[in-house]
Ligand binder design. Structure first.
Ligand code: NAP
Length: 302
């Protein structure tokens, strides 16, 4: 199906479930040798057992910076190279900033941002010496649009987007390509495993995430994008529109995103705002009394 991935070595983080596991299957079906990383060895082994081609299970906790160098050495030693690195591992968040411990904030940044940058730094010299390679970074609509209760998740994905763009600019002409994958809602356990302020998984899924694309549908779109060496691929439903709104009419986003709205808003405005928030996976906003709205005009500015 994708001959260019035949016998390529593809290292995927977050391969124990969701999008990572689906991409492992897609690459393996295309003839790639896949290296599967995440923390849960057993889950990785069951993904490996389901693949049609040879795979390596390489457990790795991305919050452990000291484990990254040795893991990269093992990955490179397996077949003498890594052709494609997919920085897919990620963890989400559902907690207001004022109730989020710094320890939790750092964990989100470690997995979603520094995990990807450190792993890339570890394999990049080998790719550059061969004059070929592909770095794939999994971002999100949250890399463009920041929403309440996801401050550090959004910050980590914004950072990953900026870093991907810089890396691509620096690597121009080297033979190493950088692609950013930007999904909307994908039906995985990401929201169930999202961390509260204390760093504990919230344990309940978001209906919008559950109703999103399947991980397999995402994987099916990622492989052709990589074959075409696309800079960026956005995959999802109407929620992807938020990226364009943020860019071309940011006032719509500024109107929809705040959690509080004045009580005086008409029924129709309330309905429109509620519908747009639902599309982005946000709960209905809280109504502010006339006095509260007057005291916090920045929350309701149009
Ligand atoms: N699902 C969506 O709606 C959606 C939308 C936009 C972007 N994304 C992004 O897509 C990526 C994959 O998420 P998913 O939806 O497939 O969710 P998922 O099924 O929860 O996958 C997350 C993966 O990351 C791994 N992981 C978490 N913490 C880790 C750590 N400390 N070290 C190493 N691996 C770790 C998990 O494995 P272990 O628990 O075994 O470590 C798991 O394999 C993430 O970057 C996410 O931000 C998802």
């Amino acid at each position: 199906m994708h001959p260019q991935f035949h016998q390529q070595v593809v290292w995927i983080t977050g391969a124990s479930s969701g999008i990572g596991a689906a991409m492992a299957r897609a690459f393996s079906m295309a003839g790639a040798f896949v290296i599967l990383s995440a923390r849960r060895r057993q889950a990785l082994e069951s993904v490996a057992a389901s693949l049609p081609n040879e795979a390596m299970v390489l457990p790795l906790d991305l919050t452990d910076q000291s484990a990254i160098g040795p893991a990269a050495e093992q990955a490179l030693a397996w077949r003498g190279r890594v052709d494609v690195l997919v920085n897919n591992a990620g963890v989400s968040q559902r907690s207001e900033t004022q109730h989020t411990k710094q320890e939790t904030a750092r964990r989100l940044m470690e997995v979603n941002f520094f995990g990807a940058t450190a792993l890339t730094a570890a394999v990049l010299p080998a790719m550059l010496s061969k004059g070929q390679g592909h770095i794939v970074n999994m971002t999100s609509v949250a890399a463009y649009v920041a929403a309440p209760e996801r401050a550090y998740y959004s910050a980590s994905k914004h950072a990953l987007r900026a870093w991907s763009n810089t890396l691509r600019a620096e690597l121009g002409g080297s033979g190493v390509h950088v692609t950013m994958v930007c999904p909307g809602f994908v039906s995985t356990d990401i929201s169930k495993k999202a961390l509260d302020g204390e760093g504990i998984p919230i344990g309940r899924p978001d209906p919008q995430v559950s109703g999103g694309l399947t991980a397999e549908e995402v994987a099916l779109q990622v492989l052709p994008a990589l074959r075409g060496r696309k800079r960026e691929v956005r995959i999802g439903g109407v929620e992807i529109m938020a990226i364009y709104w943020q860019r071309f009419c940011p006032w719509i986003v500024a109107w929809v995103i705040p959690d509080c709205v004045p009580e005086a808003d008409s029924g129709m405005l309330w309905g429109v705002r509620g519908a747009l928030r639902a599309v982005w996976g946000l709960p209905a906003p809280k109504r502010l009394s006339r006095e509260q709205a007057a005291a916090q005009p920045e929350l309701i500015k149009r």
